[in-house]
Ligand binder design. Structure first.
Ligand SMILES: C[S@@+](CC[C@H](N)C(=O)[O-])C[C@H]1O[C@@H](n2cnc3c(N)ncnc32)[C@H](O)[C@@H]1O
Length: 244
């Protein structure tokens, strides 16, 4: 293969490819995830049930991992967030982390296209005891976000973009219309097994990431970075941006 990126391929094993280093033989990414989750992450029975219920949705195993849910909740707490907007609910796993982070006076608005997923999520919100602080808006997220903008919704402190990836640029634009300086915007699945660096891709999801990266890069009010992750879904990552 002449293209250096074309050499980026999964090994035959089901484990995701990770950079080889001198510690590689000591443990797997799963051991490390479990180590930190056991030591640091407080995933209670309601969260575990929500994660398990992903199997009943249209996208099993697509929720964030426990340590990532805790990471999102920490971002919300560090930002002092009272209002969180989420694109992509699924079974409501990340929503519950956010709902706990904003506290009983806070609000999470989560946008979901699929009725089946919404029903699973609503059940999980009840089970987690946070249903009263979550608004699930059913329908295309672009339409729901447009309605929030038109209605003059109170600004959000944190926005989590985790729905259909081709729409990332549109969701960023909506997030900017619904936030003010100091807000934090997090975008999931921005590495996609390394595909994000491919210039020859015709994958609309990868293009959606590349376009949103380009939009953030030139936006005068955004400072941002990206962090890579490994997990059961492979090699991926988050963008974390702050509105200045
Ligand atoms: C990766 S999952 C979300 C996972 C969730 N944030 C979590 O970590 O627990 C993506 C979700 O976006 C939803 N979705 C896809 N396209 C959408 C659209 N156009 N509008 C709203 N939701 C959409 C899918 O139905 C799915 O539930």
């Amino acid at each position: 293969m002449t293209d250096e990126h074309a050499a980026v391929q999964r090994p035959a094993s089901s484990e995701p490819m990770v950079p080889v280093n001198r510690y590689a033989s000591l443990a797997s990414w799963r051991d490390v995830d479990d180590y930190f989750a056991d030591a640091l992450v407080d995933e209670d029975a309601a969260l575990a049930a929500a994660r398990d219920s992903g199997a009943e949705t249209t996208m099993p195993n697509a929720e964030v991992a426990p340590n990532q849910g805790a990471f999102l909740a920490l971002i919300a707490r560090i930002a002092g967030a009272r209002r969180v907007l989420e694109f992509g609910t699924l079974a409501g796993y990340s929503t519950i982390w956010f709902a706990r982070a904003v506290g009983s006076e806070g609000r999470v608005v989560t946008l979901e296209l699929d009725e089946v997923n919404a029903a699973v999520a609503r059940r999980n919100f009840e089970n987690a005891g946070i249903a009263d602080r979550v608004d699930l808006l059913l329908g295309p997220a672009a339409d729901s976000a447009r309605r929030l903008i038109d209605e003059g919704a109170e600004p959000f402190d944190v926005v989590f973009i985790d729905a259909d990836k081709p729409s990332n640029p549109a969701y960023l634009a909506a997030a900017l219309a619904l936030t003010r300086p100091g807000a934090v915007i997090v975008i999931d699945n921005v590495v996609r097994d390394g595909s994000v660096v491919r210039t020859d891709t015709d994958d609309a999801r990868v293009q959606g990431v590349q376009r949103v990266v380009a939009d953030i890069a030139v936006h005068p009010e955004l400072e941002a970075t990206a962090l890579q992750t490994v997990g059961v879904k492979g090699w991926d990552g988050f963008i974390i941006a702050r509105r200045m």
